[in-house]
Design a protein around this ligand. Structure first.
Ligand SMILES: Nc1ncnc2c1ncn2[C@@H]1O[C@H](COP(=O)(O)OP(=O)(O)OP(=O)(O)O)[C@@H](O)[C@H]1O
Ligand SMILES: [Mg+2]
Length: 432
């Protein structure tokens, strides 16, 4: 998108679908400004019209600091936890807290590092580190751990470093300008900095962003932070969450923490059932709610878990809270552009004529089917030792692999020979 929020026709692999992309861009701006927490956006449109692609585009544009969680509606049935627990975790993964901390650091230019190895060759090393600013110079005693971190960072005299007093973490800022002349053969990555001024010890504010879910897991006595690596977090007790909410509220009041509402993307949202929908409805009212983006390709259909029908299979009261972005089927120019991009992605060369035929196929069957044909046609061409896919290969794979329409045509013609044919035998679905 350009600065006026007008989408470029082709950009970063996205083609056409201009009004939906523009709407998504506006949503993105609002998310970035923190304006629409607790709201919800629905991407609705036919299959293969780029809903998932747009959501992934939003995720990319959000940047590092805004949490983004993506899940498919059907996922909640396969996890080893209740549906509402799964949703709660997904929601809390999508809310960040920016925590401000003051730490004490030592920042200065290294004058000398002196390490004394024990005469026997074994045992703890000790040493001394001399650091200076433009105004002062101090000698620090070094323990074994500090010596290791200094060696790991390859710190030497003339480097400007910071040392976190609490954790002992050493970071190199660069080399001091005063030492520039000592080193003629400097690598390109070498950075020169001024020798720091003032006191050697400073207070510095550091900010880090974590998600509420991470805090939950770390504070949950049954799991501990290692669970974050295995992903095996199981259910988290409501009391733990309550405590954390209270703590976070305190931090916010004291100005130590800020809430960063992120984005929860639920693809194939029609797979959720009525319990999930009413849970979401409630969750969106919470003071700390993320932006929920959902996508569906369903029309008016039954809401799972009820006998009621509603648009997109989503209850009306939830629909009422949403802003709806609709995606529309592509025209042939856009299809061609998308197919071209896919060819590049998959490293398949395609002749112009083949491209025209493939676009035609995409128009008459579906974009997804045409995309599948790219890879397969590419393979056939390679087997035939051709550098480029021509109409021949497209024809070949088109006859080898059926699209949905031809497949159902085939079924209609030969239905008697298949199992579970509804025309003949009525299947007994519910046990009597
Ligand atoms: N505007 C677009 N620009 C570039 N590629 C696109 C665009 N729209 C769709 N595609 C490509 O087409 C394919 C299908 O798109 P996508 O998966 O986003 O469809 P969808 O709307 O989520 O469909 P469904 O309802 O079946 O989930 C993907 O490979 C995607 O990269
Ligand atoms: Mg999709």
């Amino acid at each position: 998108m350009d600065d006026c929020l007008v989408p470029r026709n082709v950009s970063q692999g996205m083609v056409g679908q201009l009004s939906a992309r523009r709407a998504a861009g506006v949503v993105l701006e609002m998310i970035k400004e923190g304006k629409i927490a607790g709201r919800s956006v629905l991407l609705a449109g036919q299959p293969g019209t780029g809903k998932t692609a747009i959501a992934m585009g939003i995720a990319q544009a959000l940047g590092q600091d805004t949490p983004f969680t993506s899940m498919a509606g059907s996922e909640i049935y396969s996890l080893e936890m209740g549906k509402t627990e799964a949703l709660t975790q997904a929601i809390r993964k999508s809310i960040g807290i920016r925590i401000k901390e003051e730490t004490e650091i030592i920042e200065g230019e290294v004058v000398e590092i002196q390490i004394d190895r024990p005469a026997s060759g074994v045992g703890a090393k000790v040493g001394k580190l001399t650091m200076k600013t433009t105004e002062m110079e101090t000698i620090y005693d070094l323990g074994n751990k500090m010596i290791e971190s200094l060696m790991k960072e390859k710190v030497q005299a003339g480097d400007v470093v910071t040392i976190d007093k609490a954790t002992g973490k050493v970071s190199k800022l660069g080399r001091s300008f005063t030492r520039a002349r000592d080193y003629d053969a400097t690598g390109a990555q070498l950075r020169f900095v001024q020798c720091p001024e003032g006191e050697l010890q400073k207070r510095k504010e550091v900010v880090h962003t974590v998600t509420l879910h991470e805090v939950d897991v770390i504070n949950s006595r049954t799991h501990g932070f290692l669970a974050l690596f295995s992903g095996d977090t199981g259910e988290i007790k409501p009391e733990v969450r309550e405590q954390i909410n209270t703590k976070v509220a305190e931090w916010r009041e004291e100005g130590k923490a800020e809430i960063v509402p992120g984005v929860l993307f639920i693809d194939e949202v029609h797979m959720l059932d009525i319990e999930c929908f009413s849970f979401l409805n409630r969750a969106l009212e919470d003071e700390m709610a993320p932006v929920v983006i959902m996508a569906t390709n369903r029309g008016i259909t039954r809401i799972r878990g009820t006998n009621y029908r509603s648009p997109h299979g989503i209850p009306i009261d939830l629909l009422d809270r949403m802003i709806i972005i609709s995606t529309t089927p592509y025209e042939d120019k856009e299809l061609k552009e998308i197919l071209k991009i896919r060819c590049e992605e998959e490293d398949v060369e395609m002749s112009d004529n083949a491209m025209i035929v493939l676009t035609r196929i995409a128009l008459e069957t579906s974009l997804r089917y045409a995309i599948q044909l790219i890879t397969t046609a590419g393979l056939v061409a390679r087997k035939r030792k051709k550098t480029e896919v021509t109409i021949e290969e497209i024809k070949k794979v088109y006859s080898l692999f059926l699209d949905e329409h031809r497949s159902s045509q085939f079924l209609k013609e030969y239905q008697d020979e298949f199992m579970f044919n509804e025309e003949e035998t009525k299947m007994e679905v519910t046990p009597s």
